[in-house]
Design a binder for this molecule. Structure first.
Ligand SMILES: [Zn+2]
Length: 322
């Protein structure tokens, strides 16, 4: 048996002091989008440190990983992505990670395939924007629990408790979205946005959706697409359209001008968080805040209403009233 030398012991002690207690033992996790980061953080709690590659306002369809991103992915203990080809330009990095024996975890792996909407841009492939259906996004919770537990079996009770709490909250959020959207009059139930990000939202909460650009922002909208949508707006008397935080607003502005030239007044209903969340540290910088912001904005711009107390206020009112 080889005994550790005194120098060895001192060196080990010194290194762990430098690394800082706790931090060194936390799982180092890297995610792609902010929505994935929030989901993983909610489950992992303080046993993990999460870094998102894409910050707010970044379009995941077009995001090209930098050399720093590649290093981050390859150095992480675990890598989580949204999947369904949302992060199409990161596939090569994912393959490199897989090849190193660190399989990238896709949080949409648990989504009910019967609810898949086919991508118009990539026939045969599903639309990746599942986070806009809160119930479908929640199917990512057990996927995250499984992956974290595999990497850190001791943390299992923490991950399970956090997961149960978060699943409850998302269940409440889903109820809130359903309730707020139900206030929108039937003939105003049309959501027109910069790109087709809200298909699952429409399917889950009963509103027709149209995007100027397709499912991915990779294909440019042509004059024909814009004219067709202007026809639709004029024929259906649509009064509000929406811009998106991660997509250029020029196509939506073109719709407003096109409709106006034909005598139909259309306003910009506001900015929706479609493929990225708000700034870190703000309520809109969380998944729940992003969804609440969107639904309140849509509902009020389309002739419905939203409670002034908001989702959190409504949730506590509900708890007191029951
Ligand atoms: Zn998108």
């Amino acid at each position: 048996m080889r005994l550790p030398t005194l120098t060895g012991i001192l060196l080990t002690a010194l290194l762990s002091a430098v690394a800082g207690a706790g931090e060194a033992t936390k799982l180092q996790v890297v995610t792609t989008t902010g929505m994935v980061k929030d989901l993983v953080q909610q489950v992992g709690g303080d046993r993990i440190t999460v870094n998102a590659i894409m910050s707010e306002g970044v379009d995941p369809h077009l995001y090209q990983p930098t050399a720093t991103d590649v290093r981050k992915v390859l150095a992480a203990d675990l890598v989580f992505a949204s999947g369904l080809n949302l992060e199409g330009r990161m596939n090569e990095v994912f393959e490199r990670s897989d090849a190193m024996g660190k399989k990238v975890v896709f949080v949409t792996d648990g989504v009910n395939e019967e609810l898949f909407i086919e991508s118009a841009d990539y026939p045969g492939q599903p639309d990746p924007h599942v986070w806009h259906d809160v119930t479908q996004w929640a199917t990512g919770i057990p996927v995250v629990v499984e992956a974290l537990t595999k990497a850190d079996p001791e943390g299992a009770p923490v991950y399970e408790a956090n997961a149960a709490r978060y699943a409850d909250r998302l269940n409440g959020l889903n109820g809130y979205v359903t309730w707020v959207m139900s206030s929108v009059p039937q003939k105003q139930r049309v959501l027109i946005t910069a790109h087709d990000a809200f298909g699952y939202f429409g399917q889950a909460y009963g509103i027709e959706v149209r995007g100027v650009q397709g499912i991915s922002t990779e294909s440019e909208a042509g004059i024909k697409d814009i004219n067709e949508l202007v026809d639709f707006i004029v024929e259906n008397g649509i009064t509000a359209v929406f811009i998106e935080a991660s997509v250029n607003d020029r196509n939506v502005q073109a719709l407003v001008e096109g409709a106006r030239e034909r005598g139909q007044e259309v306003t910009i209903g506001g900015t929706l968080y479609s493929d990225s969340m708000g700034a870190p540290g703000t309520w809109e910088g969380t998944y729940e805040g992003m969804i609440e912001h969107n639904v309140n904005l849509m509902s009020t711009a389309l002739g419905g209403s939203a409670p002034e107390s908001g989702y959190r206020g409504a949730a506590s009112l509900d708890a007191e009233g029951s």
